[in-house]
Design a protein around this ligand. Structure first.
Ligand code: M6R
Length: 369
């Protein structure tokens, strides 16, 4: 049942190209328009939406953080992302013009379910992004967009995360289409790139051997830090979460711009720091800033593990280890940048003798608040 792999997690990492392709299947027509018939919220209502609120937990929350960038950029609708467990306790401002998106692989996470119930009580429409057919969260939502990752068995979420991202991009683009915002060349280019992304994920998977070797060499470390900016920041958070749950190491993700506001004090000799570098095209200001951050932490002794686009030569002098990912539009980069972090965490867990599919103290779906 593990298809020749030692762990479900390895199998699920390897299945990502297909999971991504399956989640796109039938949702973009030949003309490059989105057809999301499942989203049974009348388009007239979607046009009235004045705020999007995303609720989710853990890895699904990280997908939501990335979705915010896409939704706000492509639709210009303000978007908030909130940990489902915090949501209803702070008396959130919701009404019938708020669209609440609940993201959950299992569809059974109690915190997310309670958040969506609260939203519906306030009269908001709820759209679920879910991987499990007929589970509670989609049943209690107004509409559902299923991710087609197939069953995810390993406790650590991998392919579900990538498909959640794809589903979020589709929703963002769909909202843009329905509302007629930003519907031009940029969007057509993104749709084209999205339809090729499964092949790019495949290419990343083919180059993971050095990442595994690197992970093994760090097995006796206590701490790994992760830095990113823009959509790379949630990727850093996701890399840190994977490492916590699988390798039981102290791992923290930071927005690189925050370094000088505190975290840089943590840098010491030979501390591994993973840096997710934004594309030098697109938001090049951020790219240059993060290259300076890499220089700063390296000057203080950090061992820099740099994830950067193919062809980005500016990072080479400052990278103790360089992990290459294919060039993608900025907003889609998390689909390729996350994969090495999954492989890294999985290999570190194995090297430390941990149970990969069933980490201690964790359950696949958390059905208590
Ligand atoms: O089933 P859900 O997507 O609602 O689960 C949410 C989190 O419990 C889940 O993503 C958790 O953080 C994973 N173990 C992370 O790998």
């Amino acid at each position: 049942e593990k298809g020749g792999y030692d762990y479900f997690m390895l199998k699920e990492i390897a299945e990502q190209p297909k999971a991504v392709a399956d989640t796109l299947l039938g949702r973009i027509d030949a003309a490059g328009s989105l057809s999301l018939d499942e989203v049974r919220i009348p388009t007239a209502e979607l046009r009235e939406v004045d705020k999007v609120v995303i609720v989710a937990c853990g890895t699904a929350f990280h997908a939501g953080l990335i979705a915010k960038y896409a939704i706000e950029h492509w639709t210009r609708i303000p978007c908030e992302v909130e940990l489902a467990s915090e949501f209803r306790y702070r008396d959130p401002i919701l009404d019938s013009r708020s669209l609440v998106i609940a993201i959950s692989q299992s569809g059974e996470t109690m915190d997310t379910l309670m958040a969506l119930r609260h939203a519906r009580e306030q009269g908001s429409k709820v759209l679920a992004i879910c991987n499990t057919n007929g589970s509670t969260i989609p049943r209690e939502s107004d509409a559902v967009l299923y991710t087609h990752a197939g069953p995810e068995v390993a406790v650590a979420s991998t392919k579900a995360f990538l498909t959640q991202l794809v589903a979020c991009y589709l929703v963002a683009l769909y909202l843009g289409q329905v509302r007629g915002t930003k519907w031009g060349d940029e969007i057509s280019a993104v749709i084209r790139d999205l339809s090729h992304i499964s092949g790019e994920v495949e290419r990343v998977l083919e180059t993971m051997e050095p990442v595994r070797a690197l992970a093994r060499s760090l097995a006796d470390k206590n701490t790994v830090l992760f830095l990113g900016r823009h959509v790379g920041y949630p990727v850093a958070l996701e890399g840190a979460l994977k490492l916590k749950e699988l390798a039981y190491m102290h791992a923290e993700g930071f927005a690189a711009g925050e370094l000088k506001h505190g975290p840089i004090a943590l840098i010491e000799e030979d501390l591994p720091v993973v840096v997710v570098v934004p594309s030098p095209r697109g938001r090049s200001v951020l790219h240059d800033k993060i290259v300076s951050n890499i220089q700063e932490i390296r000057a203080r002794g950090a061992r820099t593990i740099v994830i950067a686009e193919e062809g980005d030569e500016t990072v080479v002098p400052y990278a103790d280890h360089l992990i290459r990912i294919p060039a993608t539009p900025t907003l889609l980069q998390p689909l390729v940048a996350t994969v090495p972090l999954q492989v890294f965490a999985c290999e570190l867990a194995t090297a430390r003798g941990n149970e990969v599919d069933q980490p201690r103290n964790l359950a696949k779906s958390v059905t208590v608040e």
